[in-house]
Design a protein around this ligand. Structure first.
Ligand code: NAP
Length: 267
């Protein structure tokens, strides 16, 4: 049980699966779901707040942070909950794709590479840091008799392994993993977990199969995974994370801050 659940990028892909699964597993009293288009952003939970927010912008991050603060403050204080609040950072993008070369800027100059990297950093890095900071500010000072809160960083194998043509994405996931570890180091009552959800059958994988900027060997490997049915259904990955979170702080702490889908026992 959680008092408040927040999932970013909850309209499609893994985020939609996580919203459904964690709403069922954690029975949150308040749920905040974000997407750039908030229509149809619902899950089977009471008090769902849909938030329309482009997390690549200052304005969108501010709107999301305010909705999170209001939801946490307004949620019933169930002392017997497993978690007080759980924030799942799912939203993310692969762009810019390309080798560490002018390809990153579409073949243009350093200015174009700079612009592409700034756009990626806004969504994948700055929004992660800003929403986490705001969340910590809201939950860390709560009544100490409340259960701990949790930040979940949806990460990737790419956070610990380099893939040709995904350099900016890989670096972004590594940044987020280190930031999550730092939260864990700094905060007693806010835990953090990085979760690598496996290769998922979502729009992101479709882009990997189709985008010309993806390295040929990488593209071929993921095309094979797709054609051989080795991509993971996002609902399966969400269920695996749900089982971990249902185990509460002790189960999460036992993982040491990071876990990959393939390291978890099958259902
Ligand atoms: N697919 C994989 O194989 C795989 C593997 C490892 C890790 N992951 C990670 O899993 C997470 C979800 O990926 P997915 O496969 O579900 O990808 P996806 O189908 O491409 O979905 C991306 C999500 O990010 C959101 N998003 C993108 N740009 C945004 C922006 N500017 N502001 C707010 N939200 C934005 C999208 O929301 P909108 O609906 O608003 O566009 C969508 O919910 C990502 O963090 C990804 O890195 C994926």
């Amino acid at each position: 049980m959680a008092n408040t659940l927040i999932v970013t990028g909850a309209r499609r892909g893994l985020g939609a699966a996580l919203a459904r699964e964690l709403a069922a597993t954690l029975a949150p009293a308040r749920t905040v779901l974000t997407a750039r288009d908030a229509s149809g952003l619902l899950c089977d939970a009471p008090h769902v707040v849909p938030v329309c927010a482009d997390l690549g912008t200052r304005k969108g991050v501010g709107a999301a942070a305010r909705a999170v603060a209001e939801a946490v403050a307004g949620a019933p204080r169930r002392h017997d909950a497993v978690w007080d609040a759980v924030l799942v950072h799912n939203a993310g993008s692969l762009d810019p794709l390309g080798r560490i070369s002018p390809e990153l800027g579409g073949g243009g100059g350093a200015e174009d590479v700079f612009d592409a990297c700034v756009a990626s950093a806004a969504l994948n890095l700055a929004s992660f840091a800003a929403l986490t900071s705001s969340f910590v500010g809201v939950v860390a000072g709560r009544d100490p008799s409340m259960p701990p809160s949790l930040v979940v960083n949806v990460s990737s194998l790419a956070g610990v392994q380099a893939f040709a043509s995904w350099g900016v994405y890989c670096a972004g996931k590594a940044y987020r993993e280190m930031l999550a570890r730092t939260v864990q180091e700094e905060q007693g009552r806010v835990l953090a977990l990085s979760y690598a959800p496996g290769p998922l059958d979502t729009d992101m994988q479709a882009a990997i199969r189709e985008e010309p900027a993806v390295d040929g060997a990488v593209r071929a490997a993921f095309r094979d995974a797709h054609s051989q049915g080795r991509l993971v259904d996002p609902a399966v990955s969400a269920r695996a994370l749900g089982r971990v979170l249902a185990g509460g702080p002790a189960a999460v702490e036992a993982l040491g801050g990071r876990v990959d889908l393939f390291d978890l026992p099958p259902a």
